[in-house]
Design a protein around this ligand. Structure first.
Ligand code: 4AD
Ligand code: MG
Length: 477
């Protein structure tokens, strides 16, 4: 007899007669109805237990969380809510649970409570839906790039360079922390460390991706990224996944086109392929909204929000225009912002980004041509000598989702920038070589995968869209 997934049993066109299915009990009510889930879909299959002919010992073990194998007749459902159900003939308890101590009871748990049970939370509807959407999005990312001629490159996790120049890195060392070797000046002697130098977990694969773009033309990375910034916010993780395409002979306008097309394409994939999960997440959001004050409720449902992004053009605005808008806006004049914008050159905080996206433009916004001073060293300097060809994409409810730029391809300009910032040229010798041998215009961007998952699922805390979040003071599991 054939084993089926719950999804196969529910999506079947016709009855399948005798079948076997394995899964975990979500609920068992009236000593008769098991709601069984195996993770293949948000929906459960109802298994109707033949109370009279089932061993009492087995019946006792049919509790929430137990793993079971059910064999029975796949029939059209008598009850409402599902097309098919199983008239169980035989039930084998594969793994018992304990109704007294099992944390995932069939009731509503808070997201905070579930974060502490990250090893079990994926057994809830909310987290299984999020994680299936996350998986579908990953597939869509690879599909988009593979279908558009990009090569997937795996850039190193351990690096000796600081790509973003922000210094927020986790050190990688094999030295004895209690008794490290010292130089004559009393400093830790990294020459004696594993790699013979200081190394860190990467903050971005961009610099290495550039080397590959300058040979393979179009490349992308999709891997873990680490930042030791101590920002305990709902948008930051210490370990997150970043997607970084890099393209030779592409300028900033092309880069913006690529990013916009890419985001629309992967969100459309989710709309087309994750209907049941999105329906569930949408309802969850509507329920959550009801607990909020009227003015904080969202105007659109989750699927409306996704369609809105897929069907509309992102608004492209220069940093200079954005500063003008912000300088003259109400919250700035009434000093409602924590950081008041009064001068060109100010770094934008998330309150400003969200004002632009959620209040002023009401759609995704691409800001470009930022002041050189507030951006990384590798961005191409504009002819005005003070702005760089940078772009950030800002999303409603999220803020910055993408950061990218056209790269500085002129050796002397790049060298000058590096020297100004006090970076040792020797550390970047290989990066500068790209400008020595066959240099060309090239561009790329980085998209924070979890921020994309946040948007696609309507969740609000980044800790809820990655299986095991790493944040300050928290690395359990
Ligand atoms: O803007 P960032 O720092 O850009 C770079 O790292 C470039 N090297 C990318 C490139 O041009 N190849 O980071 C890119 C994106 C951000 O827009 C944000 O979505 C995400 O990465 N991000 C984070 N996501 C979660 N937690 C954090 N701590 C993040 N820091 C950045
Ligand atoms: Mg950025």
């Amino acid at each position: 007899m054939k084993s089926y997934s719950v999804k196969e049993l529910l999506d079947s066109k016709n009855t399948l007669h005798e079948v076997t299915v394995k899964g975990w009990i979500r609920t068992f009510r009236s000593n008769r109805f098991i709601a069984l889930n195996d993770g293949s879909t948000i929906n459960n299959i109802q298994c109707v237990v033949d109370f009279e002919n089932t061993d009492e010992q087995v019946l006792k073990k049919l509790t929430t969380g137990a793993a079971i194998e059910v064999t029975g007749e796949h029939i059209e459902s008598q009850g409402k809510g599902q097309n098919f159900e199983i008239q169980a003939k035989k039930i084998v308890v594969l793994g018992e649970s304990n109704p007294e101590t099992y944390p995932i009871q069939p009731k509503k748990h808070s997201l905070e409570f579930l974060r502490e049970k990250a090893h079990l939370r994926v057994r809830t509807n909310t987290f299984s839906a999020i994680m299936r959407v996350r998986s579908a999005l990953s597939f869509a990312v690879h599909q988009y790039f593979q279908q558009n001629g990009f090569n997937y490159v795996n850039t190193p996790i351990i690096t000796g360079s600081d790509a973003e120049g922000a210094g927020e890195m986790f050190r990688v060392t094999a030295l004895d922390a209690k008794n490290p070797p010292k130089t004559e000046d009393g400093e830790i002697n990294y020459k004696e460390d594993f790699f013979g130098k200081e190394t860190n977990l990467t903050v971005s694969g961009q610099l290495e991706a550039e080397t590959y773009a300058m040979a393979l033309g179009k490349v992308y990375t999709f891997g873990p990224t680490f930042r030791a910034e101590n920002s305990n916010t709902s948008r930051h993780l210490a370990e997150f996944w970043m997607i970084e395409p890099e393209v030779a002979f592409l300028d900033l306008d092309g880069d913006m086109d690529l990013a916009e097309d890419f985001i629309k394409s992967v969100l459309k994939y989710v709309l087309d392929n994750c209907k049941d999960d999105l329906d569930f997440l949408e309802k969850r959001l509507i329920e959550e909204d009801k607990t909020k004050p009227q003015n904080e409720r969202s105007e659109m449902t989750l699927t409306e929000k996704l369609h809105f992004v897929v069907d509309n053009n992102f608004k492209r605005v220069s940093y200079t225009e954005a500063i003008e808008i912000l300088r003259n806006c109400k919250p700035n004049k009434k000093k409602k912002f924590n950081y008041i914008i009064d001068e060109w050159g100010a770094d934008l905080q998330s309150e400003h980004e969200r004002y632009l996206v959620e209040k002023h433009f009401n759609c995704p916004v691409i800001l470009f041509d930022y002041p050189a001073k507030i951006k990384a060293f590798y961005m191409r300097l504009n002819d005005d000598g003070k702005t760089v060809r940078a772009m950030d994409i800002l999303f409603p409810g999220i803020g910055e989702i993408v950061g990218g730029s056209q790269r500085e391809e002129r050796l002397e300009v790049l060298q000058q920038k590096i020297n100004e910032l006090g970076i040792d040229e020797k550390e970047l010798w290989w990066y500068l070589d790209l400008r020595r041998f066959g240099t060309a215009v090239h561009s790329g961007f980085g998209l924070g995968f979890e921020r994309l998952v946040l948007f696609a699922t309507g969740m609000t805390n980044i800790r809820d869209v990655i299986p095991f979040p790493r944040t300050p003071q928290s690395a359990e599991f």
